[in-house]
Write a protein that binds this ligand. Structure first.
Ligand SMILES: *Cc1c(COP(=O)(O)O)cnc(C)c1O
Length: 381
């Protein structure tokens, strides 16, 4: 598979290894084994499953191929992937991250990293001058998320990479919302791409997983060392589910994105709705920047209701979406960001960031958009 540069749709289906080398089976089996026989006392390619196993290899190769990395790493969750990637930092280092970070990342960066002697500054990274002013002698890295969530602020990836390279800093990007199909950060010069594969890559709301990849062999060695030492690895069964999900990413994401565009346009002119945040809308600030670094607006949007009292009836009325803190599934997922995805962020901080109690996020699934619209419309009236 690796000799030819296949296009993304082909890579998604065939990945790095598309049939079991041992049997020719069309799907890589779930190698449900913790350890591997050492023939004559000598280890073979696999020796102990934390260090590597064929089921996990499949998704690790897949993410490296899809993002253009030299090696991929699969973890037990997106947060395990983020924590493991940030193990590249050392005590005494300073990290710059966006002020409207994903709630779980906010919790990790604002409470766990400081305990390990790593200082974190959360800033509005859409302003490159502010970002550059935040750099100190101890600054080691910039953590990025674009589009941000739930307000879809767009950060100039090329601009940040230019600053980071000039100042000798590492860059990390949480690429969960875009997936490698819509945004390929390593091609733009970002050092480490991170995914919560729980979302679009897995795609069926049936597993937790995280993926990391880098194009730098030195960073890859460090990440491998930490993955093996720390052990937050993806299990064989979950690796199988993830590999299966990745095969249909293009079909799912394109259908969901088309549905999101339809819903965003209709919500925009609905009398119960104050504002819609979606990079696919022509008037969306940051749309041109986003489309200069990504191939589409994605399948998640947020909207602001006019009144707080509209939230409860909406959540009580809609029938199709599951109401939950997640995204990227084949089913539509409706999130009340204030109380769910961003619950870990203190209320005054949320208010300051513009995340209000009236904000609702929709991860559009692959149902018929007309059914979704009728359902939402009922919930809004
Ligand atoms: C869900 C999510 C994570 C965390 O992933 P888990 O798999 O839940 O640990 C990180 N970043 C973003 C943007 C997410 O949406």
């Amino acid at each position: 598979m690796t000799e030819k540069n296949y296009r993304p749709a082909t890579l998604l289906v065939h990945q790095g290894t598309d049939r079991d080398p041992a049997t020719g089976a069309a799907a890589i089996p779930i190698y449900q084994a913790s350890t591997y026989h050492h023939q004559g006392g000598e280890p073979g390619k696999y020796d102990y499953a934390r260090s590597g196993n064929p089921s996990r290899d499949q998704v690790e190769e897949a993410i490296a191929l899809l993002e253009g990395g030299v090696q991929g790493f699969a973890y037990a969750s997106g947060m395990a992937a983020i924590g493991s990637a940030l193990s590249l930092l050392r005590s005494g280092d300073h990290l710059i991250a966006p002020d409207d970070l994903y709630g779980g990342s906010y919790r990790y960066l604002s409470t766990i990293l400081p305990q390990q002697g790593i200082e974190v500054s959360l800033v509005d990274q859409t302003d490159l001058a502010v970002l550059e002013e935040t750099i100190r002698p101890q600054t080691r890295a910039i953590f990025l998320e674009t589009p941000s969530n739930p307000l879809f602020k767009i950060t100039d990836l090329r601009g940040v990479v230019e600053i980071a390279r000039r100042r000798g800093l590492l860059t990390f990007l949480d690429n969960t919302f875009m997936t490698p199909l819509l945004q390929r950060p390593l091609h733009l010069g970002v050092d480490v791409a991170i995914h919560s594969a729980t979302k679009f890559l897995g795609g069926h709301s049936d597993l937790l997983a995280g993926l990391v990849t880098t194009a730098d062999p030195e960073l890859a060695r460090e990440l491998k060392r930490f993955q093996n030492a720390f052990g937050a690895v993806l299990a064989p069964f979950d690796s199988f589910l993830l590999a299966r999900g990745i095969k249909t990413l293009k079909l799912r994401l394109e259908a969901a994105q088309a549905g999101a565009q339809i819903l965003a346009e209709r919500l925009r002119s609905h009398p119960a709705v104050n504002h819609v945040y979606y990079p696919g809308l022509s008037e969306f600030p940051g749309r041109d920047l986003h489309l200069s670094q990504a191939d589409g607006p994605g399948a998640v949007l947020s909207f602001e209701l006019k009144e707080k009292v509209q939230v409860a009836p909406l959540l009580a009325t809609v029938k199709l979406p599951i109401i939950a803190p997640s995204l990227g599934g084949v089913e539509t997922i409706l999130t009340h960001c204030w109380s769910m995805s961003h619950a870990a962020i203190p209320a005054p901080v949320k208010r300051e960031l513009g995340i209000r109690e009236t904000l609702v996020r929709i991860s559009v699934g692959i149902e018929d958009p007309e059914d979704l619209w009728e359902d939402l419309n009922e919930g809004l009236s």
